[in-house]
Each structure stands twice: as C-alpha cells, then as structure tokens.
Design a protein around this ligand. Sequence first.
Ligand code: UGA
Length: 447
Amino acid sequence: MKNRSKQITMIGTGYVGLVSGVCFAKQGFSVKCVDIIPEKIEAINSAQPPIYEKGLDELLKEMVSTEMLKGTINTEEAILNSDVAFICVGTPSKESGEMDTVWIESAARDIGKALKKKDEYFVVTAKSTIVPGTTDSVITPILEAESGKEAGKDFGIAFCPEFLREGNAIEDFLKPDRVVIGAIDERSYETVRELFDWVPKETPILKTDLRTAEMIKYGANSFLATKISFINTISNMCEALGVKDVYDVAEGIGLDFRISPYFLRAGAGFGGSCFPKDVKAIIAAAKKANYDPLLLNSVIEVNKRQPLRLISMCKDVIGNDLSGKQFAILGLAFKPDTDDIREAPSIIVIDELLKNNATIKAYDPEAMDNMKQLFGEKVQFTESKEAALRDTDVCIIVTNWKEFTELQPNDVKTLMKTPIVIDGRKTVDAETFLNAGVTYRRIGLKK
Ligand code: UGA
C-alpha cells in the first residue's frame, strides 16, 4: 500500500461516507470520518460498521487496526489536519419531493468555522447527491460567510458524485466506470484528482464544472430508473398483447449495443434510497425552474403502479375478494443482499393486501427487523420461507433473494393450502412450476 501524503476528512459516516472513507484508506490515504452521532463514531473506532455492506466489516477492521482510518466527532480537528473534505451527509426529501438541504447546510457551517482557523489550502468537495446549483448557491456562500474567506482564492470547491450500488459499493468504488470531478478552478480539480491516482489507467476521469457534475449524477440515476420503468411498460404491454415472455423480448432489445442488456429486468419496480428520491428531487428542481420533465413524471408514476400488478394477478387467479385470504410474502428488502426497505415495492404490496383485509405472513433473510418497525403486529413475520408458506392461499415473491430461487414446486405444494405463486422478479423457473401443477404467474409472462 502506498503511503500518500494527502489527508482526507469524510463528513457523514452513512453508507457513502463510510464506504468511500474505508476505500480511500485502503488506497493509502489517512482518513478521518466525522459524524455528529457519538455512538456511530464509537462503533467505527471499534471496527463495527454501523451499516451492513458486503466486505465492509473486514475492510474497516483492517483500516482501523492500521490506523489509516479514525472516527471523530470533532470536525474542526479533522479539517485542521487534512487537505480535502468530502461532504457525505444525507439529502432527504421534503413532502413535496424537493431535496432538503438541512444537513448539507450544517456540514458547510461546521467546515466553514474550521476553515477560518486553517492557514493551508483546503478543498471542500461535495459527494452527497445535490441538485444542480446547490454547491454554488448553498454550500459556497455558507463556507465563505463562516470562514471569512473567498472560494477560488483562499480555498477550493469541488463536486465528486458517487456511483455506488448497495451490496456492491466497495467494488464500485475501487473499480469505477468513471470518476467525475466538477471543480471551480484548476487547483481544486488537481487536488481532488490526486486522490484518484490509483484508479486503473483506462478509467475515464471527467473534468467538469460544478453544475455539470451535479447533473451527471441525476442524469445517471434518472436514466437507470427510466430504463426500469421502460422495461416494465414493455412488460405490461407484453401481458396485454399476449406476448410469451418479456425476458425474451428484453434479451432481443438489449443485444443492441446502444441499449445494452443491463437494467432491463422487468418486475415489481425499483425501490431503495436513491432512484425514487433522486428522480423526485430533480423533477421538483426542474419544475421550480419552470420546466416540467414529463418523461420523468411518468417514470415515477409507472413505478408507483408496478407493485400493484402483483395484486391484480392475485385477484385474477382467486377473485376480487381477498378478505380473509392468507398470503405469504417472500422478500421485503428493495433488492436482494440488503436489509434496506426504503421505498421497497413490498411496502406497497403489503399495504394493499391489508386494505383488502387479507392476512399476511412475511419472510426476508435480512430485512424483517426493519419491516417490523413499519407494520408491527399487522403482519406475522416468520423465521423461514417454509414457515411463511405454511397454510397460505397465495405466495407473492417480491424480492429475488438467492434462497427463493431454490424454491421447489414441491415446497409450495406440500406447505400451502393452494399452490399459487405470483412471482414479481422471475425468481423461479416458470415451466418447472407450471409442469408440476403449480398455479404460477409472473410479471411479463403470458398467462
Ligand atoms: C443505485 C444505482 O444503481 C447506483 O449507481 C447509484 O450510485 C445509487 O443508486 C445511488 O444513487 O446511491 P442502488 O439503489 O443500490 O443503486 O440499487 P440498484 O442495484 O441500482 O437497484 C435499484 C432498484 O432497481 C432495485 O429495487 C432493483 O430491484 C430495481 N431494478 C434494477 C429492477 O427492477 N430492474 C433492473 O433491471 C435493475
């Protein structure tokens, strides 16, 4: 490992801040992770990641034991002893969908106060996803007011978006498709660029202005979300027009190199902490600036309705009256390999079943504690998929965890009252289930 001279401060030890901090440390930079919650810092310093992310455990242990990474609640001390700070705090949504900059503002205030006392050159880099113009109109003025210094003259400003997928975040950080650095001037750019001297030679490093970099992040997430709502629209049309299987259609579409086969998996829709929030935030920002992005409105609308198709399929099979019927829900997390339930399609499915007075048993390998906080006693959470299936009328698979792909027709035939499986994600093989006498329906598959 190289011992690099630049020292880095990460402000905010959520998913982005902690993963990026640990990865920078792995590349030989000395990293301070700052958070306002002391318990989080204690956990980090005792090498216990406060969030679940594949590989983070081991990497954090290594970086804490080699003292390449330290947690602190003292922003000033961290800033005075480093060269670059990354703002990685959350940007929650307001009721209107608009981005809330409350945490960004307080991070900028804390950094600004420390900058006032700092003699050496320093670059403040935002990494949180923020709508174009936020660095200019929110972060920079606060930094200048608090520090009494001038951006571009006394300190640098940059924006460096993250493109990390939950569950693959460490790999995504260490082997990025590209690095985007938006900066106010050459010196800011070069300072941040130096922190990425380890990326493989073939990795493009884009140099842009601040707003362009901010927009690239929204453009990327909006496009990926659009691709999912697009394939779900094609899927729904396949069902309406009697086309055999949307997955065969997607294969034929995706082989065009201009389209690519990725993100063309039809299903119950996208969830998570990024796509829904980010698309709504950029819509709100555009509308505020008098532009109504019709396409993106539809992306959200298609996605909102998509989980409800699973309910329509149930009704199609067992009739419109779901009251008193017993449902097994397999999969609660917004995607496999995470305990994250934010904006998960399973929430919409459960809500709708409860509205229809159905009873629900649910199972997820990781996300049950989180779901319990949302639904409490209204849903019976079980210890295994088998326990969830026992004596139920209909099974709905919402998340395609690996252990659900191993489900056999016999499992549902022996455990359930009636073997009916509604698959939201092409989790099991349709033919195997249908040939075994299971009533099997799936998004995008001809009935
Ligand atoms: C997403 C992006 O993929 C990352 O590049 C980005 O950095 C991140 O948001 C962010 O802005 O922080 P993530 O939310 O972890 O990452 O999840 P994805 O793996 O992209 O999946 C999002 C949702 O789309 C899931 O609910 C998944 O089931 C759904 N999806 C994905 C589909 O329904 N079909 C597909 O073909 C692909």
